[in-house]
Design a protein around this ligand. Structure first.
Ligand SMILES: Nc1nc2c(c(=O)[nH]1)N[C@@H](CN(C=O)c1ccc(C(=O)N[C@@H](CCC(=O)O)C(=O)O)cc1)CN2
Ligand code: MG
Length: 282
């Protein structure tokens, strides 16, 4: 068996082309969606992701503002920027790029963002609504994963989904979204004994731990759908996921590549949330 590639890059491009049309229609009604991105410090990867978000906004016709703050920024300074953006009528979405420097509490920052502008879906109100299945902004990477599964016609209902990783950004929420789609969900993490015994039971395996090529073909049930959220560098400095792609390709039925899988969907769902937020303006 050779796994079918779940091409996030392609799906992201087609979704973003649709969004461009939606945004053009909105503009003719006098509404231009606006996204504010706050980047604190000089983390290289964060700079790349933020640039990519801005480029995608520009292509789609979404107004975007970047606030670049120094690594020494205090929590109070950052909060004051957020309070200002909460009041700005041209801004529909506020995103603070994570991770933040250690002097700043991520929780305090996330909670300062108005839930109406929480296009990252990280605010406790957004998370609570996601858990109860109410309409809300869904976190971008987990939502992107669900969209990838849908586009590949993967049945979720009744399947055993195993999530490796329990971060607030990916692991926890993707498990909840899979549960909302009626999967039976098992979470694994660094203290799970005999990880492989559990990953081998998965019909849908989502891996988001940040360990290069952790998952090998022996860890995967033949025919499983494997979603790789990892973003690591291999021994040659090449970008790679948490799944050993070349190994797992021969056992999985569907597999996401890194790059070009889940990553591009993250930005796409961010644009979708920003447009949604602009529609809620009036
Ligand atoms: N406030 C947030 N911070 C962070 C989030 C987030 O959703 N909100 N997620 C990640 C980083 N991230 C977006 O911010 C992100 C990561 C990766 C990609 C992506 O497209 N990756 C490409 C490869 C890029 C490369 O070549 O380096 C891919 O997988 O094809 C997009 C967004 C942490 N912080
Ligand atoms: Mg984790």
């Amino acid at each position: 068996m050779t796994a079918e590639l779940m091409n996030g890059k392609q799906l992201a491009a087609s979704k973003q082309a649709e969004m461009k049309e939606r945004v053009a229609k909105l503009a003719s009604d006098g509404i231009v969606p606006g996204l504010a991105v706050i980047l604190v410090g000089d983390n290289q990867a964060s700079q790349t992701y933020v640039r990519s978000k801005q480029r995608s906004c520009e292509k789609a016709g979404i107004h975007s503002v970047l606030k670049q703050l120094s690594a020494e920024t205090t929590e109070a300074e950052l909060l004051s920027h957020i309070h200002e953006l909460n009041q700005d009528p041209t801004i529909d979405g506020i995103l603070v790029q994570l991770p933040l420097p250690k002097q700043i509490s991520e929780q305090a920052v996330i909670e300062a963002i108005s839930p109406e502008k929480d296009v990252d879906g990280f605010h406790p109100i957004s998370i609570g609504k996601m858990m109860t299945g109410e309409k809300t902004f869904l976190p971008c990477t987990p939502h992107g994963i669900i969209e990838l599964l849908r586009a590949s016609n993967v049945e979720i209902s009744g399947k055993h989904a195993v999530v490796v990783g329990r971060s607030n950004i990916v692991g926890k929420p993707v498990g909840q979204l899979l549960l909302n789609e009626h999967a039976t969900v098992t979470y694994c993490h660094s203290r799970t004994p005999d990880l492989r015994a559990i990953t081998k039971q998965a019909d849908i395996l989502v891996v988001a731990v940040g360990i290069a090529k952790l998952i090998k073909k022996e860890d995967v049930k033949p025919g499983a759908v494997v979603i790789d959220v990892g973003m690591n560098r291999d021994e040659n400095g090449k970008l790679c996921g948490d799944v050993d792609f070349d190994d797992v390709e021969s056992v999985a039925s569907h597999l996401t590549p890194v790059p070009g899988g889940v990553g591009p969907m993250t930005i796409t769902m961010l644009l979708e949330n920003t447009i949604e937020s602009a529609l809620n303006r009036s």
